[in-house]
Design a protein around this ligand. Sequence first.
Ligand code: ADP
Ligand code: MG
Length: 472
Amino acid sequence: MTETGNSPPDAVKLAASWTRLRARLRSEVGEAEYRNWLRQMVLVGIDGDVAQVALPSRFLRDWVRDHYGDKLRSLAQVDWPHVKRFEFRVGAEEATAEPAMADAAEEGLAEILAAPSRAPARIAADNRDSEWMAPLDPRLTFDSFVVGKPNEFANACARRVAERPASAGFNPLFLYGGVGLGKTHLMHSVAWAIRSAYPERPVAYMSAEKFMYRFIGALRGGSTMEFKAQLRSVDVLMIDDLQFLIGKDNTQEEFFHTFNALVDAGKQIVVSADKSPNDLSGIEDRLRTRLGGGIVADLHATTYELRLSILQAKADLAGVDVPLKVMELIAHKVASNVRDLEGALNRLVAHAKLFGRPLTLETVPEVLNDLLRTHERRITIDDIQRRVAEHYSIRMTDMFSARRARAVARPRQVAMFLAKQLTSRSLPEIGRRFGNRDHTTVMHAVSRITELMVEDRTLAEDVTLLRKLLET
Ligand code: ADP
Ligand code: MG
């Protein structure tokens, strides 16, 4: 390896620019994140257009490479315009050779590193504007949340908690529902509302994943005491996507203790997950009990009406004029979740702007073509057969068998119907996959189920549910 130069002035210059780079990085990612992940980085040297950086463990190396690699490279352009690439390696000796305390003293952080004995009050004060909490998205507020049947209960609960945090019966607030139905939106809304009504109350919002990485980072960095104290110093703790803690026993344990400490101290907890506390498998019963001990609110799948209102609201917000017919078509077609709905609308608006053409019914399929197709590509006939068999508690082999008993024939027809709706397979192809049946059998199944869905509510609901299960 050749350093940029061996003479002392060059080495000094390099060290100085490395210090500057680290300082820029620190101010960009925030103190805590820097301390957890980046403090132990050591510059090994610069070789041509490659800067080599060492970290003390593979875990840290992978993490830094994947999460900060691009940022480092772009920040490095200031001092090292010739560097095109960063290479990360594991180098325990080199990394520990860096005197962390001296480094910290130089950065004025000695006090923070001496943390375990710090008084909680002091930590709480730091806490409020420290970056160890995830930032809140300014677009996600109650004002921009469109309320309809599927989410009105969850919305009411969230508002109630935002107005009077930690009141009896509403703690914890447990929000659950499928992907893209507004859990994160509601959580941010609660956080914003509490922040503006009670600016002095620290609110911490983070994903369960982040919680986990912070915790692991604290464990590795020997700063668990500080981490715990920070968590326990907030007035409102919000953990998004709790299902990510499943199977992470240590982290779950830590969360459980934090949870208890906060609730016992009269602080508000808000949690979201993809399932209800009862249906979350893999969590300890004592945690399950506590999670369900406040109010549990479900965000249901969107209805056509809600999707239409959301589209109208979003189009208004974006200041674009979308014909009602177009919105109706999207509300029909993009039924999976609100995220996809937004994506579809954004795409159409961008298209209209780009080509300076007004939006019409004809543009919709053209523009959303691949968006709808990617959905199809993901779903296979096999998936459909399996899901349907599971749902009706019949054997997978009954999908191909010649049995004509209603108990298996109807589910088989539902599966054929879904295969036609959700995949791009032709009728003969579908027939072949259902025990070599004729394409007219498939055609018959499709029209039979279409008819039945009008008169038989249960069947219609089954089909809708299966569809949703397959699409998400
Ligand atoms: P989840 O966390 O449940 O996966 P999000 O809260 O991230 O879903 O919602 C996905 C997207 O849809 C976000 O951009 C959010 O703003 C939007 N969204 C969801 N529900 C609504 C709603 N009722 N009104 C307005 N926007 C919504
Ligand atoms: Mg979310």
